[in-house]
Design a protein around this ligand. Structure first.
Ligand SMILES: [Zn+2]
Length: 332
């Protein structure tokens, strides 16, 4: 069955031991007719009721094996790679995708090369090495992506942006949430959209449940609202200037009646400190969700909310040291 489909030229492909990261026409792949449907996972994450914020329940994706929701997608993608006879894996990341990919590859026993920027944090550099992956840390983020793209002709590209099977893993989180009867307003951090697009698969498979998806991003790096605009954020996990799947992300928000909420660096850091004081070692990208909920509450939205706590802050270097001062851009 062909599991990759091009939405532009209608070409369909079956993933092999290697696959082209894009359709020859240049478009990114979407799930084809042969793509696996999302199923509940074997290791569900718990829900946690916020002890301070009334009506806020968290889905604790930070409690996955390497501390982020990306474990789910990486496991799905490595399972596919193994099924198709891949003997080598490659990915580019300096963040949670590198750890999730390295752990999944180690469990499957398939060698992985991680291409990262030279500035990869010592915490992640050490972890990727201990998990047994080969790390090439040179140049900037674009250079790392270019090296991985070039290697994709010889190794299976473990990319959460390029292969839609990643979403079948993150969709399992959505299927779990639906089965648990969570509040119908889902607030989540969105960078490249690999969680949101997976949740959309789960909502589709679950038969449109009236769930509204609200994407939180950093006002100082507004890739969804103003793509291509330069900017940085302490919330490194969502600091994507020009998300390749932006159109698909905006489509999901529109289809579910959701929207983008942009929060300032100050709000993200305040929410981050608040979550740690509540006993949860959240990463800054997840803290952006709490900042987003504060915004929604200030606007008068008082309905119960499911917040997606996507990653653990244990793996993050000190955000306050990375903060470059007050937000330089106005928040919408
Ligand atoms: Zn095409």
């Amino acid at each position: 069955m062909k599991d990759l489909a091009c939405p532009r030229c209608r070409r369909a492909e079956r993933t092999g031991a290697v696959y082209p990261p894009r359709c020859p026409c240049g478009e990114l792949w979407q799930p084809g007719d042969g793509a696996r449907v999302p199923a509940a996972s074997e290791a569900p994450t718990p829900l946690w009721e916020d002890p301070v914020e009334v009506g806020l329940v968290w889905k604790r994706e930070d409690l996955n094996a390497t501390g982020s929701f990306k474990d789910r997608g990486a496991c799905a993608l490595v399972a596919l790679a193994r099924d198709r006879g891949a003997t080598a894996l490659v990915l580019d990341s300096s963040g949670s995708a590198a750890l999730a990919g390295a752990a999944a590859a180690a469990r499957a026993g398939i060698p992985l090369t991680v291409h990262a920027p030279a500035a990869i944090s010592p915490i992640k550099r050490g972890a990727v090495g201990r998990l047994g992956a080969r790390l090439v840390a040179e140049g900037d983020r674009n250079a790392a992506a270019a090296r991985a793209g070039a290697a994709a002709g010889r190794a299976f590209y473990l990319s959460h942006v390029h292969h839609p099977a990643f979403w079948t893993g993150t969709a399992a989180a959505g299927a779990e949430a639906l089965a648990e009867g969570v509040p119908p307003i889902w607030v989540l951090p969105v960078g490249n959209g690999s969680l949101l697009l997976g949740l959309a698969l789960a909502l589709k498979a679950g038969g449109a449940s009236g769930v509204r998806c609200i994407a939180v991003q950093a006002a100082s790096c507004p890739g969804l609202l103003r793509p291509g605009e330069p900017g940085r954020s302490v919330a490194a996990g969502i600091a994507i200037n020009d998300p390749p799947r932006r159109d698909a992300i905006l489509e999901v928000l529109k289809a579910t009646g959701g929207r983008v909420v942009a929060v300032s660096e100050e709000e993200i850091l305040a929410a981050w400190r608040a979550l740690w004081r509540r006993g949860v070692a959240a990463e800054t990208a997840s803290a952006a969700v709490l900042a987003g909920v504060w915004r929604l509450r200030a606007e008068g939205m008082d309905r119960p909310v499911l917040g997606w706590l996507t990653g653990s802050g244990h793996r993050e270097s000190e955000p306050e040291a990375r903060w470059s001062g007050p937000s330089s851009l106005p928040t919408p």
